[in-house]
Design a protein around this ligand. Structure first.
Ligand code: PLP
Length: 455
């Protein structure tokens, strides 16, 4: 198939040419070696995307990155971006400057957020949001006269971003390989992983084990030296790890008893992914700071938002305080305009509720995964699902899921993501009933042919 691409005076390029150029010039985030195959996407509509060769894929991954809530190719979003670009594409939000879209979006987020978290700091994405939250937590304690509270506690298998601070909080060893010293004063504890509880925590009650470990970690560091704990309400990159219901309430109580802040990383979960505007309240997390990104604009423009209580904001925005922190594009008018239009669509089409409906479809269709020897565990939270693969169900030996992702893409034109042994579905919230059925049917077809090595 020969499809050509290019705009204005640019020479038209075939799909093959674009792939060759990609290989020659473009370094990809999370690139793995020389990467022999590449997929250059050029257009999308709803839950479908097309590559430069004209091949159409069903996007069950949310733009490859847990977002695209309102679907691809929305004219409302395109119009909002065009209108804003023609009016004011950029002016700084530094010092006492601002713009109308940033103000309106901050107000809108304050109205949606859990009660009390009505102060907003904008970033360009999740990593910068986590970075900002870490600084805010330390500054908060500094401002209150406890400057020794510098430690941050995160968890193994957490994904918090790729900058130095957020990357240090991230609990995957590969993130730390070969880049020299990481951010100091970051400690990690075990994640809640009910499917692997016996393996990880022995006979102990999982939450009891995790609470004891957290308490011991706090005591080892010194309770007066810990600024905050950061955690995803449901761990996304860890493989859709859903904590036991008593986990967050008990963690929250323990942290409160030591004066430690709790940062909810809702970069994946907020704006409908798990069937709520914010996931943390429903889990009894009661965070002091919430970091969001992804679904805030559905990916139509880069944006993150850090929400916090007024007393935390006072540490950087109160009388006599100074926040020597921010980014050229913090509160970017285009991104904020995209977010406002995105929230209009999420509200207008009831997509947060729809995420729960999608969850029901996933549950229905994935029920037959139970009969497959390679499927160890299925975890569904709203419009996201993790299907964990094992060599056999008795030993629960993990099987890496990369081959499944490749087969789904190449054989069935369905795009999903794999995280270690877990296949993750995180489709646009506009995905149709038939499209969910097609995704799951393709997934089960591929998984049913897997051998115990994942080939
Ligand atoms: N936090 C979580 C939970 C994430 O899943 C991600 C990205 O996937 C990030 C933070 C980092 O966000 P970004 O890639 O926008 O910097």
């Amino acid at each position: 198939m020969t499809t050509t691409h290019g705009f204005g005076t640019a020479r038209l390029r075939s799909g093959r040419e674009l792939e060759d150029l990609d290989g020659r010039h473009l370094i990809h985030p999370h690139q793995s070696g020389a990467q022999s195959d590449r997929f250059v996407m050029v257009s999308g509509e709803g839950s479908l995307v097309r590559d430069a060769n004209g091949v159409e894929y069903l996007d069950a991954s949310g733009g490859g990155n847990w977002l695209a809530q309102v679907g691809h190719g929305r004219p409302e979003l395109a119009a909002a971006l065009t209108e804003q670009a023609g009016r004011l594409a950029y002016f700084s939000c530094f010092f006492n400057f601002s713009n109308d879209k940033a103000v309106l979006l901050a107000e809108r987020l304050a109205g949606l957020a859990p009660a009390g978290l009505d102060r907003v700091f904008f970033t360009c994405g999740g990593s910068e949001g986590v970075e900002s939250a870490i600084k805010l937590a330390r500054l908060y304690h500094h401002h209150r006269g406890e400057p020794d509270r510098t430690w941050i506690i995160s968890r193994d298998l957490a994904y918090h971003g790729a900058t130095y601070g957020s990357g240090t909080a991230t609990g995957f060893p590969l993130m730390h390989r070969g880049i020299g010293p990481s951010l100091p004063h970051v400690a990690r504890v075990s994640p809640p992983y009910p499917y692997r509880a016996a393996q990880m925590y022995g006979d102990a009650d999982p939450t009891g084990f995790l609470l004891r470990e957290l308490e011991e970690t706090i005591q080892r560091i010194g309770p007066g030296r810990v600024a905050a704990m950061i955690g995803e309400p449901v761990m996304g990159g860890g493989g859709v790890l859903v904590p036991p219901p008593d986990y967050w309430p008990r963690v929250r109580d323990l942290l409160t008893s030591h004066g430690i802040l709790l940062i909810a990383d809702e970069v994946v979960t907020a704006f409908g992914r798990t069937g709520a505007w914010f996931d943390s309240p429903g889990r009894g997390m009661d965070p002091d700071i919430i970091v969001t990104a992804k679904g805030l604009t559905s990916g139509y423009a880069p944006l993150g938002a850090v929400l916090m209580r007024a007393d935390i904001a006072a540490a950087v925005a109160g009388d006599g305080a100074y926040f020597f922190h921010g980014h050229t594009y913090s509160g970017h008018p285009l991104s904020c305009a995209a977010a406002l239009a995105n929230l209009d669509v999420l509200e207008g089409e009831d997509l947060v509720e729809r995420a729960r409906t999608i969850g029901g479809w996933l549950r229905e269709d994935l029920a037959s995964a139970d009969g497959l020897e390679r499927v160890g565990d299925v975890r569904i939270e709203g419009a996201t699902a993790g299907v964990e693969l094992v060599a056999d169900r008795a030993t629960r030996t993990p099987v890496m899921a990369g081959a499944v992702t490749a087969a789904l893409r190449d054989r069935h034109q369905v795009i999903v993501r794999d995280y270690g042994p877990t296949i993750v579905l995180s489709p646009p919230l506009v995905i149709g009933r038939e499209q969910v059925r097609r995704t799951v049917r393709a997934l089960l077809d591929v998984v049913s042919r897997l051998d115990e090595n994942g080939a």
